[in-house]
Design a protein around this ligand. Structure first.
Ligand code: SF4
Ligand code: SF4
Length: 231
């Protein structure tokens, strides 16, 4: 099948199912870095389909005052939609004979590093959806970090998009200033740096555990609410 047509059909599927952004990442030029970070499991899957669903902006902005049940509700609703989109993309590609590995929208395999099995943000950045901010979230020019992501790794020869060309954080420190345990270090993202260069994930993890004690759930998101992009 024509590769451009395959990408077009996949994009149509995503938008029909309620995805807001769609892009294809290639890891060809960072294959060694990916292998170092994630091992050999995905080495023959050299494309990532990245999809975003937007939060209502007001729901994130409210987190500046503290955790809310409204956020929790939409967090779950958006993750369910993203996982459904990923599953259907995965099956669409699999039926055409390609290998796929859908990465769950919200799955932690390393709690103290706040990390899943593969970085949705890295895939989204490489697919041109936005840049990785000092908060370590993906920042899109229109909605900032008020979105969630899912990724399907595949060996389908989908024409890749270009990585987002610019990091627009500049001298801003709003997420760093808003972070209660001072977990954000204010460092610009570089693909060659491990997460700990930019984020004290243990401090964020411990703070979320404290919030669970008082609020009943692990929620913060003050760094998301503080970001001026898309506010
Ligand atoms: S979620 Fe809260 S504690 Fe964690 S980095 Fe963002 S502001 Fe800091
Ligand atoms: S709040 Fe400022 S520094 Fe933090 S991610 Fe947004 S633009 Fe970048």
């Amino acid at each position: 099948m024509d590769e451009t047509l395959l990408k077009e059909e996949l994009g149509q599927l995503v938008y029909r199912l309620g995805g807001d952004l769609f892009g294809i990442a290639s890891f060809d030029d960072v294959a060694d870095k990916i292998a170092e970070e994630y091992g050999d499991t995905y080495h023959d899957l050299d494309r990532a389909v990245s999809v975003a669903v937007f939060f209502p902006k007001a729901v994130i902005n409210e987190l500046a005052q503290g955790p809310t049940h409204t956020y929790l509700n939409y967090y779950d609703a958006i993750n369910t939609r993203l996982d459904d989109i990923a599953l259907r993309m995965s099956n669409f590609l699999q039926k055409k004979g390609y290998k796929t590995f859908p990465i769950p929208a919200s799955q932690r395999v390393n709690e103290s590093k706040l990390a899943g099995i593969f970085s949705h943000r890295l895939a989204a950045h490489r697919a041109g959806l936005g840049w990785i901010g000092k908060s370590c979230s993906l920042i899109h020019p229109e909605v900032g970090p008020r979105l969630r992501l899912v990724t399907v790794l595949t060996n389908a020869p989908l024409p890749p998009d270009k990585p987002f060309p610019e990091n627009k954080c500049g001298a801003c420190t709003l997420c760093q200033d808003a972070c209660p345990p001072k977990a954000i270090k204010g460092i610009h993202h570089r693909v060659e740096d491990p997460l700990e260069v930019r984020l004290d994930a243990q401090a964020c993890h411990d703070y979320l555990a404290k919030v669970r004690h008082s609020f009943g759930k692990r929620i913060c998101g003050r760094c998301l609410a503080a970001c001026p992009w898309g506010k």
